[in-house]
Design a protein around this ligand. Structure first.
Ligand SMILES: *Cc1c(COP(=O)(O)O)cnc(C)c1O
Length: 377
């Protein structure tokens, strides 16, 4: 389905057929498609200034950094162009932090089923053999434990004296929309504090309103030392960010890291406009409300259907776990003019635009529940 034109939650193909986009460019198009405020801001910025390089001050970048720090409580931002790059920056911060503490061979705790990107360091941090296979030798310096098991992280602290940080997605995306038990992040925070480790959150998928809060960690009262963002930040204009505070923020001194494109005027304008529209249009509340409706409506429509293991999620990050591989559902949904995703083999994943309203959501849940029934029947 090559899309030709778009508006809101809809994509139109060359035959004039329209598709409900419940994937949003994999959690990218939070404002939906062709949002007039974003289109206007980008046109104006392109006519004013697209690129200068980081050798000069970039006011749009400074404004975006201030805004992200105000929203998150973190203190400094490094800008790049993707989620993998943002995580590379986080990994470099952790290693610098280790070397600053006199640890020569620093290691980072990572999770099973995690996803952090496709560069060599980030695929090595990723908890999926499929992502790593064929690219060995992997980057070393990662220690893996099961996701959601704070006890396992605490035990590592007793034996590994070279650990410097924990890198974790608050809610795992690619791994199957996995939501840990309440208190997991708080427990990780406590363990990190006790050992002088950095708590580094990969919010590339869960950030920028996806879960009904600006950042998923804000559903808890935990503050991370480092947080990475990308996907929804620029609404489709590539931009990534690595935020830090305290000792983590001090690790990057001038010359330690850099990016040619990172934080350019066009991408920062896309991000500033994205944040502004999310606020103006009340999209955090909308994500919370419409997400709850989708989960509840699907639960009702699929009640008693054998083969549906669990419907879970937060805000508009939603997973429907089936008891069997269901990749085939993507094609069947496309035939019904719905864009959905299947991840971790057996989890239907929905990541619709944050602007999705309740009427549009009902156009998703009714046919999707029907498709799942058919598929399992
Ligand atoms: C998508 C994703 C990444 C990688 O982002 P890219 O922009 O594709 O490099 C990293 N972490 C998480 C949690 C993601 O969902």
């Amino acid at each position: 389905m090559p899309a030709r034109r778009s508006e809101g939650v809809w994509l139109h193909d060359e035959h004039g057929d329209k598709y409900l986009d419940a994937l949003a460019g994999v959690a990218v198009n939070g404002l939906g498609h062709a949002h007039p405020k974003l289109a206007r801001a980008l046109c104006e910025q392109a006519g004013r200034l697209i690129h200068t390089s980081n050798l000069y001050r970039i006011p749009e970048q400074e404004r975006l950094a201030e805004r992200l720090c105000a929203l998150s409580g973190l203190e400094r931002v490094f800008f790049c162009n993707s989620g993998a790059e943002a995580n590379e920056a986080a990994i470099k911060i952790a290693r610098l932090h280790g070397h600053n503490r006199g640890i020569e061979n620093p290691a980072i705790v990572v999770m099973e089923k995690s996803f952090h990107g496709r560069t060599l360091a980030t695929l090595s941090a990723t908890g999926s053999r499929k992502v790593q296979a064929g690219f060995e030798p992997l980057v070393t310096g990662f220690v893996r434990v099961p996701f959601g098991d704070a006890e396992a992280v605490a035990r590592l602290g007793e034996h590994h004296k070279n650990i410097v940080a924990v890198l974790v997605e608050p809610y795992q995306g690619e791994g199957g929309v996995n939501i840990p038990q309440a208190g997991y992040l708080a427990e990780l925070r406590r363990i990190c504090d006790a050992n002088q480790w950095l708590l580094m959150l990969d919010e590339v998928q869960s950030g920028i309103g996806r879960t009904g809060a600006w950042f998923a960690f804000q559903h808890s009262d935990v503050m991370p030392d480092v947080m990475t963002l990308a996907k929804g930040l620029g609404s489709g204009v590539p931009i990534g960010a690595c935020l830090a505070r305290g000792v983590a923020a001090e690790a990057f001194t001038p010359g330690k890291h850099g990016s040619t494109f990172g934080g350019g005027p066009l991408a920062c304008t896309a991000a500033l406009t994205t944040l502004k529209v999310i606020e103006e249009e009340g999209l955090l509340d909308n994500a919370e409300r419409v997400g709850a409706f989708i989960r509840q409506d699907l639960a009702e429509r699929l009640r008693g259907v054998a083969g549906v293991r669990e419907i879970r999620g937060q805000g508009l990050m939603i997973g429907i776990e089936l008891d069997r591989p269901c990749g085939d559902l993507v094609k069947r949904a496309l035939d019904k003019k719905l864009l959905i995703n299947v991840t971790a083999d057996s989890v239907v994943r929905l990541l619709p635009p944050l602007i999705l309203n309740r009427e549009e959501a009902a156009l998703l849940t009714a046919p999707l529940a029907e498709l799942i029934r058919e598929f399992l029947g």
